[in-house]
Design a protein around this ligand. Structure first.
Ligand SMILES: N[C@@H](CCC(=O)N[C@@H](CS)C(=O)NCC(=O)O)C(=O)O
Length: 232
């Protein structure tokens, strides 16, 4: 069986998506750690991905980036197809949810998290909360009252994509059960996956501790310089 190389960092939601897809497909993957938290990653990725984003897959010389494209490729090539169904209308629905993650959900998260991680921004603005709540509302409607996953009762790659992103949003602004009961059900179903803790929760914990450290350092610096105390 071939061993894939995956340029990876567990703090990154799209990396966690692809890692979970490889687990769902029972594929062996060799993770190549990319130091996304410092500028060193640009050098590491310069001959691999001109867009310098992770994840990047290397399948015996075939290089592919973008978690959505990688997930679809892995299922198309290595099955089982139910993770990315072939039936035209079902696949169209999965594609819609994948584009939702790619075009709305993940960009919303990225816009909020990048200033926190790299530009000394602390806390969420009112506009951040409005944008997050809009994403929660959309996903709550996609789920409807009874389905297990975003496209019905079978899990697809769209679920794993949205799961890694929305669980990261949940870490920043918790999903309230009384406001978004269907979305909360989606999250709980995701948390029951056998590889969820090792991959997604582990990455979330790492990301959360990086953010906490930044807040603590900022608070100490403010106190040291005699400025007003910042609430975490
Ligand atoms: N649409 C892309 C987004 C990938 C992405 O933005 N990855 C971030 C880490 S979470 C990254 O590599 N950022 C570094 C950069 O943009 O230079 C995907 O799904 O793979």
């Amino acid at each position: 069986m071939s061993v894939f190389k995956l340029y990876y960092n567990c703090v990154s939601p799209p990396c966690r998506t692809v890692h979970m897809v490889t687990k769902a497909l029972k594929l062996n993957v060799k993770l190549i750690d990319v130091d996304i938290l410092t500028q060193r990653y640009l050098e590491q990725l310069q001959n691999v991905n001109p867009q310098h984003t992770i994840p990047v897959l290397n399948d015996t010389g075939f290089i592919l980036w973008d978690s959505h494209a990688i997930s679809a490729y892995l299922v198309n090539r290595y099955g089982p197809q139910k993770l990315y169904p072939e039936e035209t209308k079902l696949r169209a629905l999965v594609d819609q949810r994948l584009h939702f993650d790619s075009g709305i959900l993940y960009p919303t998260l990225r816009k909020i998290i990048v200033p926190i991680m790299f530009f000394n921004r602390f806390g969420l603005s009112k506009m951040d909360v409005i944008k997050i709540k809009q994403c929660y509302e959309f996903m709550d409607i996609f789920m409807g009252k009874s389905s297990i996953w975003l496209c019905g009762d079978e899990m697809t790659i769209a679920d794993l994509s949205c799961l890694s992103t929305v669980s990261t949003m949940d870490m920043m602004y918790p999903i309230k059960e009384d406001e978004y009961p269907n979305l909360k059900r989606f999250l709980r179903n995701g948390e029951r996956l056998p590889y969820y803790n090792d991959i997604n929760l582990n990455g979330l914990n790492k990301l959360s501790s990086v953010i906490q450290q930044k807040f603590i350092k900022h608070k100490e610096e403010k106190e040291f310089s005699g400025g007003s105390k910042t609430k975490l």
